[in-house]
Design a protein around this ligand. Structure first.
Ligand code: ADP
Ligand code: MG
Length: 279
């Protein structure tokens, strides 16, 4: 039978953010634990749009690599709450802070799972746009799942391109009409790959790779580092396979970045996953 909010008891706050507050909750009858993300209805229009976008994506997504949504509650007050599976080891961000940096074999496992999630999302025309350690949830089985679709984008295309574009469509390039076929990564999917590369590098090095350790990231410094700097150089001590994998993610030109399915076949993942299945 469907779960209602009356069946849930709040235990503690798991996280705060733009999107609202996330609570750990217990189902009163079954004692099962869940995470409940609550967004207030009286928030400003931008946040409400984000909440509705997240709702639409979580309602549809069905992948073991995307956090599972068990229900959505809308209150008359306008508050919206999402009931999600509870990920009992927190996020990759908290794990980095409490347990320290990750080994290459564990990064290969993390990369495989995040790429499988992104592969699912991209094939359903969803760009996450906020891949980072605090949006990747982990459980005690070291399963990694993508969460937080607040700023995601659902790509949609109208059937008649002439109606949806300003200007004369006769002179428009093929990828303006059909970016999937002609545009390569033109559409922004490759942005998620860049973010994954930075995330893996941070989990290996222990600090955000585009800034010296300890420096507080302000917007202008970051923008300069990303746009005018070289892509971050591969960390010292990393294996050739790992360095090559990071390079494939961190190409500045989006068209040169590898896609999810190409990366899933990269030697860094295949050799590490082979090793772990042999032990
Ligand atoms: P925000 O838009 O506020 O960043 P998130 O969906 O990223 O919202 O959630 C904020 C924080 O709450 C996360 O960084 C994580 O610490 C915690 N959290 C979110 N969902 C879960 C979950 N399903 N299980 C455990 N912790 C979660
Ligand atoms: Mg978040």
């Amino acid at each position: 039978s469907a779960i209602t909010t009356a069946d849930l008891e709040k235990l503690q706050v798991l996280g705060h953010g733009n999107g609202g507050t996330v609570y750990q909750v217990r189902h009163k009858h079954t004692s099962a634990l869940y995470a409940l993300k609550v967004a207030h209805g009286d928030s400003d229009p931008t946040i409400r749009r984000q909440v509705f976008r997240e709702m639409e994506i979580l309602r549809r997504a069905d992948s073991p690599f995307v956090v599972q949504c068990h229900g959505i509650f809308e209150k008359p007050s306008g508050d919206i709450a999402f009931l999600m599976e509870y990920m009992d080891s927190g996020t990759l961000d908290t794990l980095l802070k409490t347990k320290g940096t990750f080994s290459e074999p564990s990064l290969a496992s993390i990369a495989t799972q995040v790429l499988s999630g992104l592969n699912y999302l991209h094939s359903h025309k969803i760009i996450h746009r906020d891949i980072k350690p605090s949006n990747l949830l982990v459980n005690h089985k070291m399963e990694v799942k993508i969460a937080d679709f607040g700023v995601s984008k659902i790509m949609c295309r109208t059937l008649d391109p002439c109606n949806s574009y300003v200007g004369t469509c006769a002179y428009m390039s093929p990828e303006r009409f059909d970016p999937d076929t002609y545009g390569g990564n033109y559409n922004g999917y490759a942005g998620d790959i860049w973010s994954l590369g930075l995330t893996l590098m941070e989990l290996y090095m222990g600090h955000f790779p585009l800034l010296p350790p300890g420096q507080r990231p302000d917007w202008a410094t970051l923008m300069c580092a990303i746009c005018f700097g070289e892509p971050p150089s591969s960390p010292e001590g990393a294996s050739d396979d790992f360095r090559s994998f990071l390079e494939c993610c961190l190409q500045k030109e989006s068209g040169k970045r590898w896609s999810t399915s190409q990366l899933l076949n990269h030697p860094f993942l295949s050799s590490n996953n082979l090793k772990s299945s042999n032990t």
